[in-house]
Design a protein around this ligand. Structure first.
Ligand SMILES: Nc1ncnc2c1ncn2[C@@H]1O[C@H](COP(=O)(O)OP(=O)(O)OP(=O)(O)O)[C@@H](O)[C@H]1O
Length: 226
């Protein structure tokens, strides 16, 4: 589904602060699998995830999505692919203050031009699924950390992405909410979605539904379990 061949990422190339965050990473991410990218702080997990999710480009190497080479596509095509293919869940929920929970959830869908009533119904359904119906009209600054995190999950799903990308999703969650998050991941998998998570939380990478753990160290894949 996603194929990386000899991917490198160099930051500040040509400067004294030049840094190779990824070195010749070759990786196949299988459809409908849950893949966890694991490794110490600074090992390149977030950098790799941002390349997989078309948020940044590799300095060298190739990235293919469903057999299509996307490495050198112009930015507007990448934006379109990003919007239609991926749902992003970040460590920090990154919700927009001053507007309601419901509006935050609907926001990523506006560029796709879906009818507002239809979109609203979909957003409310998503909020209901994560027990957030009563918060639909609340401002996001009123939410608890766990509620904000769940809103960001509903937002990530609004365009019905085939691939969910989550960067350290349990970093700010307590144990109970972390388990709840993993239940949600299990549900995605049952729906046929592909999930890629970065984490150094054993509760995530030791979970039964995880198909593959990829160990990163110093910007390289340490081992390639079958
Ligand atoms: N924009 C940037 N400019 C320079 N260096 C960067 C940049 N982004 C990341 N790096 C460096 O690349 C390395 C890998 O960073 P990355 O965020 O991918 O690590 P990580 O494994 O996700 O770490 P953590 O678990 O702490 O989030 C780090 O040493 C980081 O300082």
């Amino acid at each position: 589904m996603i194929e990386l061949v000899n991917v490198k990422k160099v930051f500040n190339a040509g400067n004294p602060s030049e840094f190779s965050a990824l070195n010749s990473v070759t990786l196949n991410i299988a459809e409908n699998h849950v893949t966890v990218l694991k490794g110490p702080s600074g090992s390149g997990k977030t950098t790799l995830l941002s390349i997989v999710g078309c948020m940044s480009r590799p300095s060298a190497g190739r990235v293919k999505l469903n057999g299509r080479e996307i490495t050198s596509l112009p930015e507007r095509f990448l934006t379109d692919i990003r919007r239609k293919t991926f749902g992003f869940i970040f460590q920090q929920p990154n919700l927009i203050k001053g507007i309601s929970v419901l509006e935050n959830v609907m926001l990523p869908a506006y560029p796709l031009g879906e009818k507002r009533a239809q979109l609203r119904a979909k957003a409310l359904h998503g909020l209901n699924e994560l027990n957030l119906s009563s918060k639909a009209n609340a401002k996001v600054e009123w939410l608890s950390g766990g509620e904000a995190q769940r809103v960001s999950i509903v937002r990530a799903l609004i365009n019905d992405p085939g691939i969910i990308i989550a960067d350290e999703p349990t970093a700010h969650l307590d144990t109970k909410l972390s388990y709840r998050f993993m239940e949600i991941i299990e549900k995605f998998k049952a729906e046929g979605k592909t999930v890629i998570i970065t984490s150094h939380d054993p509760l995530v990478y030791e979970a039964a539904m995880v198909d593959r753990v990829v160990n990163l160290r110093d910007g390289r894949i340490e081992d390639m379990p079958a």
